[in-house]
Design a protein around this ligand. Structure first.
Ligand SMILES: Nc1ncnc2c1ncn2[C@@H]1O[C@H](COP(=O)(O)OP(=O)(O)OP(=O)(O)O)[C@@H](O)[C@H]1O
Ligand SMILES: [Mg+2]
Length: 290
């Protein structure tokens, strides 16, 4: 584990010890989950969208996705079938131009040839996310409160691959951290020590209730030796790893290209079944108290 992670000074400034967010005590139903790995391209956005859609379609959950990344990949993925295209972003809320209700976009998709309104909602991201004023990052707590009022079951924060202020604010407003790692990339696993260290820092400063939900392996194949080693039952990380892996499949990038979550795009594809099974495992873990 990397012990001496130093946070840039400004990051500490949004972790006031006096404002502990005792989320697990105050909110019984809503679960807020930060999808986080400091490594890029491991499947954070893909998983955010597809786990959300599994919860919505398979478990009738009402889900809010908050795009915390200035790349806005989750926003691009989700808005394909939404017309007219929303112009408001998180930035407009922060500058006082719009309320959260105006900002929240209900996601549509096509299913069996028909346009369908889902129970997935999005707070669209802004390219300026990394530049937003620090005090504004209390925003994510406001979001979880609003989601609770609006009877959402889950909020997902799609975090960027860095530890800038939006990521820390998202972790501060979350009940859980869920981490995808590339099964074939040992570095993405090594980075898990860094993640645990980050979570411990958040726990000891701004969010006592933050829990690690676990790590799951993405882009897995049955043939690559390292995959097998990393993901076999009984590997050294034990319970923290999910049993279910997400295989590597062309359907994933096709679904992104067509702007549709896998459960709507290819409901019977093996990779879709992986996401459905992973989502079930996640629900079980949460029920067991993770
Ligand atoms: N299971 C998979 N099979 C095939 N391709 C995948 C799979 N998961 C993700 N990808 C591809 O990997 C790329 C990166 O995925 P994604 O954008 O979800 O990663 P990320 O962690 O959010 O990246 P960033 O750190 O830039 O935010 C995407 O092009 C996606 O299509
Ligand atoms: Mg991403």
């Amino acid at each position: 584990m990397i012990k001496n992670l130093t946070f840039p000074r400004f990051e500490y400034s949004i972790l006031p010890k006096t404002k502990l967010w005792e989320s697990t005590e105050r909110r019984k139903e809503l679960k807020s989950i930060a999808i986080f790995n400091q490594k890029g391209g491991v499947g954070k956005t893909t998983s955010t969208v597809n786990i959300s859609a599994c919860l919505e379609k398979e478990h009738k959950a009402k889900v809010l996705i908050v795009d915390c990344d200035s790349q806005c990949n989750a926003t691009d993925y989700m808005l394909t079938y939404v017309e007219p295209k929303p112009e408001l972003t998180i930035e407009d809320y922060l500058s006082g131009k719009a309320g959260l209700d105006e900002l929240m976009v209900r996601i549509s998709t096509t299913f069996r040839g028909h346009l369908k309104d889902t129970d997935i909602y999005l707070l669209p991201g802004t390219n300026n996310m990394d530049m937003l004023d620090i005090p504004d990052l209390e925003f994510f707590k406001t979001v979880t409160k609003k989601a609770e009022e609006d009877k959402f079951d889950y909020v997902f924060f799609d975090c960027p691959a860095n530890l800038t202020a939006p990521t820390i604010a998202a972790l501060t407003a979350s009940d859980y951290v869920l981490t995808p790692a590339r099964a074939s990339d040992f570095n993405s696993l090594k980075g898990y020590g860094l993640i645990i260290d980050t979570v411990q820092r958040i726990q000891s400063t701004s969010n006592l209730g933050l829990k690690i939900l676990g790590i799951f392996f993405n882009e897995a194949s049955d043939t690559r030796g390292l995959d097998k080693y990393l993901t076999h039952d009984g590997n050294s990380m034990g319970d923290i790893t999910f049993k279910q892996r997400i295989r590597s499949a062309a359907a994933v990038s096709d679904a992104i290209f067509f702007g549709r979550p896998l459960v709507y795009y290819k409901p019977t594809a093996p990779v879709t079944q992986d996401f459905i099974a992973l989502t079930k495992e996640m629900i079980k873990k949460i029920k067991k108290g993770a």
